[in-house]
Ligand binder design. Sequence first.
Ligand code: ATP
Length: 265
Amino acid sequence: MPLSSKPIWVAHLPDPRGDLANAKAGARPEALLSVAGLRVAYGGINAVKGIDFTVAAGEMVTLIGANGAGKTTTLKALTGLVRPAAGSVRYNGADITALPSHRLVALGIALVPEGRGVFTRLTVEENIAMGAYCRDDKWGIRADHDHVFALFPRLAERRHQVAGTLSGGEQQMLAIGRAIMGRPRLLLLDEPSMGLAPLMVQKIFETIRAIAATGVTTLLVEQNAKLALEMCDRGYVMESGEITLSDNARALLANPRVRRAYLGE
Ligand code: ATP
């Protein structure tokens, strides 16, 4: 059953579709995520140099940029995995700067990390169950679990297989499935296309779009700028730790600078 016709949040939590309705209504809603002056350094290396960006509730936003631009570090700073040297991160009106990751999951923020981060020795089913560790609504978990399998039939076929033996694409599906078991309101994805064959990338992106269409606010970090901009509402371009361009995705796709630097033209 397609995700868009039967959202996984049925009646358990405040419906994130409200976010989508607000965003589509055209009114500029208050940002769900708001980053100001974010700076991150690794020893003497300034990886992120004081960036500002926002993601409105219901939006799909992408952060694109070359290798080493600071995209992953930005996501790590948002999710408590590295400590920012300066700046603030606000989510749903509250300051969440440097909150530990487990607190963020409980607030509805899920990260699908670069390299997927699945538990390789656990089975597919066990990995999915781990995504619901902060929930105790048994029936809701059961329904969402079934829904992940409906979304990714390949995972259902491999439910008893240990994750380490899955293909890269299947591991990516599992990482996304595990993330949505936490019923996120904000989904952060780090390079979901990395290392995958074009057909698999297409499948993964279609699923991300379907998840976003149910109202989950999405921030997508990608090196595949074309795909990311084609799918998202807005984009930010990151270069050497700074945001150098921001616009709606269509305008960025048409921007000669973006076309030269990121679309191979
Ligand atoms: P990629 O697409 O390759 O992941 P990125 O845009 O995500 O690139 P980051 O991984 O955030 O970039 O890296 C930004 C800068 O910080 C790079 O110069 C990188 O070498 C450096 N860096 C990242 N992680 C560390 C670390 N743990 N220790 C030291 N320097 C790091």
